[in-house]
Design a protein around this ligand. Structure first.
Ligand SMILES: CC(C)(COP(=O)(O)OP(=O)(O)OC[C@H]1O[C@@H](n2cnc3c(N)ncnc32)[C@H](O)[C@@H]1OP(=O)(O)O)[C@@H](O)C(=O)NCCC(=O)NCCS
Length: 163
């Protein structure tokens, strides 16, 4: 059985993030625009100086297979956000996203956050299935502008952490 673990993103991960986030199926799923290596080098530098945000590389055993980011960590109402999760296409649909997100949820619970929220495109059924398995429920339906300029219907999904 493979082990799924998370490791904080460092500057050395810029090339991996650039490669995953320029994969055509991921650009399409996220309605994102292509990015350069220096975009990712700059982003990582900013994240590392931002108390509101944490980003992680997802490993299956020793292989980096994706990443996820959380933010809202300094919010006064202690609601954290799952900013983004993306796996290399060949590692999708195997339960890795669910395992990685459950680890993040447990970490946020330990740190006394009361709630985790996220936004996802309404047509991204695979992502919603994954989030549902982690305990998230749809709490809002809205229209939002994506990075590529498309106005798309989105869901807000939320998980209460305080039991
Ligand atoms: C979204 C993502 C992180 C989820 O991680 P994952 O490891 O693929 O998810 P899991 O395998 O844990 O769960 C996915 C579930 O969706 C189901 N699924 C797959 N394709 C589906 C589809 N087209 N419609 C509905 N459900 C689907 C899978 O069967 C699985 O459920 P099951 O375990 O009950 O069978 C990953 O698929 C990904 O990187 N996608 C591309 C980027 C993206 O869309 N990110 C989300 C941004 S909001």
């Amino acid at each position: 059985m493979a082990t799924i673990r998370l490791r904080t993103v460092t500057e050395n991960d810029a090339r991996f993030l650039c490669s995953i986030m320029n994969t055509s199926s991921i650009l399409e799923a996220l309605n994102e625009v292509p990015t350069t290596l220096s975009d990712w080098q700059n982003a990582i530098r900013e994240w590392n100086n931002d108390d509101d945000e944490e980003d992680y590389i997802i490993f299956q055993d020793e292989i980096p297979v994706g990443w996820l980011g959380i933010n809202g960590l300094s919010s006064a109402n202690s609601t954290a956000f799952l900013k983004l999760a993306a796996l290399l296409p060949q590692y999708q649909g195997l339960g890795i996203g669910t395992a990685a997100i459950c680890q993040v949820i447990e970490m946020l619970r330990q740190r006394d956050y009361s709630c985790v929220s996220l936004y996802t495109d309404q047509d991204n059924r695979k992502a919603q299935a994954c989030y549902r398995k982690c305990g998230f429920q749809i709490t809002e339906s809205l229209m939002d502008e994506s990075s590529n300029g498309k106005i798309v219907p989105r869901f807000r999904m939320t998980l209460e952490l305080l039991s």
